[in-house]
Design a binder for this molecule. Structure first.
Ligand code: HPA
Ligand code: ZN
Length: 338
């Protein structure tokens, strides 16, 4: 019991980076109701309790339906600012030094919200976080894979005036039936424009989608990647490339990618030499921010203090920071662990 408490405190204090976080997935019910009222928008749920009761998902699609519905209340730049700022305050409390957040422009532009409104609100909060909280960040623009290729191309075009604010492009939403190959040409163009590349693959989709992300999209990092374990050739390829995977334990539990955290493959991934990190994905919906993800998976898999140090170190090494910034962060980690 004492050992458990000690590791919990250790996890809470250890400096870390978050690399897989959908900013729309940090939208807490309390703030959602507040902004809905401010904007005169009706939610389908009478109150916070009723909304929270709906957070009981059987798969990714059931979650996405509720996640997109929640986004309907986001109208003005200040709404995007407030949502992002709330997350960043939480990140500070949890000793996140650096965060790489995703946003889904199409979720908003498809409702008639301007691309500029969305990105300006998020960007202003990220700038304030650097100044007021000392948290650095990167921004990842993610395409919705259930929409057609031309919509992703259109979004890439809308991003041009804001290129300096965007570091990478990603691919999220409903995975099954929407393989990475559907977006090969969009990612080719994004790469030519100088963006780094990430993609969700192997969350619900097969190991083959991980290979497609590697070979067709030429990703710099894979989001999730769990199902790579079903094909040893894919595992070996990931290890050889030293390709980082952004694993999200509580997300996997809530979306029933695993039936129980004790059956989560994180330890197996570490043992196979995969370059894994721990992240929260959509913390407002999945029952915990990054520290809760570390604490619950540590508990379920009986991870050691050394495992935790390795995972926190991996989070900096797998980030899109430059070499000097990475070594500064690793020094802070070392100061904490020594
Ligand atoms: N998976 C895929 N798409 C998403 C997710 C996720 O966990 N969260 C928000 N969009
Ligand atoms: Zn995700």
């Amino acid at each position: 019991m004492r050992a458990k408490n000690y590791l919990k405190k250790f996890i809470e204090g250890i400096p870390k980076a978050e690399l897989h976080l959908h900013i729309e997935g940090t939208f807490e019910p309390e703030l959602m109701f507040k902004i809905a009222k401010r904007n005169g928008v009706n939610l389908d749920y009478k109150n916070i309790e009723e909304l929270k009761r709906a957070y009981n998902f059987s798969n990714l699609q059931e979650f996405l339906n509720i996640y997109y519905a929640g986004c309907n209340v986001l109208i003005n730049e200040v709404d995007f600012y407030d949502m992002t700022w709330e997350y960043l305050k939480k990140a500070k409390e949890q000793n996140i030094l650096h965060t790489e957040i995703m946003f889904d422009p199409q979720t908003h532009t498809d409702r008639g919200i301007m691309f500029a409104t969305v990105i300006t609100g998020i960007h202003k909060a990220l700038t304030d976080a650097k100044i007021k909280l000392g948290i650095t960040s990167k921004l990842i623009m993610s395409f919705l894979r259930h929409l057609p290729e031309d919509s992703a191309f259109e979004t890439l075009g809308q991003a041009v005036p804001f290129k300096d604010w965007i570091d990478a492009v990603g691919l999220d939403s409903s995975e099954l039936g929407h393989p990475p190959s559907k977006f090969e040409r969009v990612f080719q163009k994004a790469k030519e424009e100088g963006y780094l590349i990430v993609a969700h693959a192997g969350e619900e989709g097969p190991a083959e989608y991980v290979t497609e992300a590697l070979e067709l999209l030429q990703v710099d990092r894979i989001d999730h990647g769990n199902r790579c374990l079903e094909d040893i050739a894919v595992v070996n390829d990931l290890v050889e490339r030293r390709m980082a995977l952004t694993v999200c334990p509580l997300s996997n539990l809530k979306l029933r990618v695993v039936e129980d955290l004790t059956k989560h493959p994180l330890k197996e991934m570490l043992d196979k030499g995969l370059f894994v990190t721990i992240n929260s994905d959509d913390p407002a919906y999945f029952g915990g921010y990054i520290n809760e993800n570390y604490i619950e998976i540590q508990n379920a898999l009986d991870l050691s203090k050394e495992d935790i140090i390795q995972l926190a170190g991996n989070s900096f090494k797998a980030s899109f920071l430059n070499k000097i910034e990475k070594s500064q962060m690793m020094n802070k980690l070392k100061e904490f662990t020594d």
